[in-house]
Design a binder for this molecule. Structure first.
Ligand code: NAD
Length: 435
């Protein structure tokens, strides 16, 4: 194929017909990120349209019997955005706001993230539109099992491997693994990651995303000349990612000055011990009321004085409306999609470095990959081994992406997309178009 034909501009710029064009939300953000990177893709831009539509979308109805005997229906999704580099990989979210646009965007960001840290996976994501706080444990188990059966058509250890995300945890993964295993007549531990350790889970997985956030931030702090000792850190989201990140920063000498979760926002210029805050959360369901902290309004989190701001809750949190208020030096995206493109530009103009989700929170899927490899070989590694491998992958990915960002004078997000889209589209070009 000649370079002329490779460079031919794409003719299809329309949205997939199944999306409501007026309300495409996070998917629109993802498309804009791909647009920004396209000029840097050279001849591979010929294939870029394939990144703008998911390869496969499954929407399922999950009816379950509630404890009171009535039947409730929940809508579930599994989206496989791109499988050029290997089986699909990405979490499952249980949240009342889950919708197709969101799951599509999250699956696409998994394609980018997996390629950015060079894991042999494509990108996928799933979710159920449900507020799990309204379900009993039994109802949650029945919903998880029905959803797993419904998406059983497309998942499998060598097809697509779900993992935890917002409001899902090792117990939910254990139910998914058991359901898939029952339906296929064998114990298939490798069908999900983030399982309990005694069911084929990996040591280090629980803290992996928070640890990856920490390692990536440390690299950026070295480049920016910010000492770790006493560095002030604010976190939004105090769950799997935000809670672990806060603990690890605290344990290495940084100072957690603000914590926000669904229950509210607490602040202390003197520093909050996240171990104590997590214990309070476990016992009372809220961080509010922790001794020696003051309560802030939700929006006040963004102008807390700090060096490091870690949004680790949901997408769309730092927008054109509040980006100007941020007073940190580095934003580290523990969550997926917390910063809109307009906010990205404002932060850039303010000289705030953004470590993008597709790099910063890749630690989780990296240890998920280790878990999957361990399950296949039935040989399990020590936690030190896992952490050392994770640290190396995160450090190397950060450094190579930083180099690209300097070479092209682009943000770390665009640099990550350059590295990842190049890898994905190279695989696509090598495989060619079927049939
Ligand atoms: P989680 O359910 O464990 O925690 C979510 C946290 O966000 C909770 O503390 C919750 O109270 C808080 N929260 C929810 N709504 C909020 C709101 N409106 N305002 C403030 N806080 C709110 O979820 P998680 O696994 O920690 O995931 C958080 C983010 O990180 C998501 O964007 C997820 O996609 C992303 N992520 C998670 C992993 C992982 O390994 N768990 C990996 C990569 C990315």
């Amino acid at each position: 194929m000649t370079p002329q034909t490779l460079n031919r501009p794409s003719r299809t710029r329309n949205l997939p017909s199944y999306l409501d064009a007026k309300n495409i939300g996070p998917w629109e953000i993802y498309l804009e990120q791909v647009e920004r990177v396209t000029p840097y893709l050279g001849n591979l831009a010929y294939w870029v349209e394939s990144l703008k539509r998911p390869q496969r979308i499954l929407i399922v109805d999950c009816p379950i019997r509630l404890d009171d005997g009535s039947i409730a229906h929940f809508e579930g999704y599994r989206v496989q955005h791109n499988l050029s580099r290997g089986p699909g990989k990405g979490g499952v979210r249980f949240h009342q706001d889950v919708n197709l646009s969101e799951v599509m965007a999250l699956s696409a960001w998994m394609t980018i993230k997996n390629a950015a840290v060079n894991l042999p996976y494509g990108g996928a994501k799933g979710g159920i539109r449900v507020d799990p706080r309204n379900l009993s444990l039994g109802e949650l188990e029945r919903l998880t099992r029905r959803y797993t059966s419904e998406i059983g058509l497309v998942i499998g250890p060598d097809k697509d491997i779900p993992a935890p995300d917002v409001n899902t945890n090792p117990q939910v993964m254990a139910w998914m693994m058991d359901t898939y295993s029952m339906n296929t007549g064998r114990t298939a531990t490798g069908v999900v990651t983030g399982k309990p350790v005694n069911l084929g889970g990996s040591l280090g997985r629980a803290d992996a995303t928070g640890r990856g956030v920490f390692v990536a931030t440390l690299e950026a702090m070295k480049l920016k000349g910010i000492p770790l000792e006493g560095a002030r850190v604010a976190v939004q989201g105090f769950g799997n990612v935000g809670g672990a990140a806060a603990r690890i920063f605290h344990d290495h000498g940084a100072k957690i000055v603000a914590i926000q979760d669904i229950s509210g926002t607490i602040h202390s210029a003197a520093g909050i011990n996240p171990h104590v805050a997590l214990e309070k959360l476990r016992q009372t369901g809220t961080v509010l009321g922790l001794p020696d902290t003051e309560v802030l309004e939700t929006v006040e989190l963004w102008n807390v004085d700090c060096e490091i701001m870690i949004p680790a809750a949901l997408e769309g949190q730092i927008t054109a409306d509040n980006a100007d208020q941020l007073r940190c030096k580095i934003v580290v995206e523990g969550a997926n999609g917390p910063t809109t493109p307009a906010a990205d530009d404002i932060l850039h103009d303010k000289g705030i470095l953004v470590i993008p989700d597709v790099l910063a929170n890749a630690g989780g899927v990296t240890v998920s990959y280790f878990e999957w490899v361990q399950d296949f070989s039935s040989f399990f590694w020590s936690e030190d081994e896992i952490n050392a491998r994770l640290d190396r992958i995160m450090r190397e990915a950060f450094q190579s992406i930083w180099t690209i960002s300097q070479q092209h004078q682009v943000s770390l997000r665009t640099a990550t997309f350059i590295v990842a889209c190049t890898r994905v589209l190279e695989s696509h070009a090598l495989r060619g178009l079927y049939p």
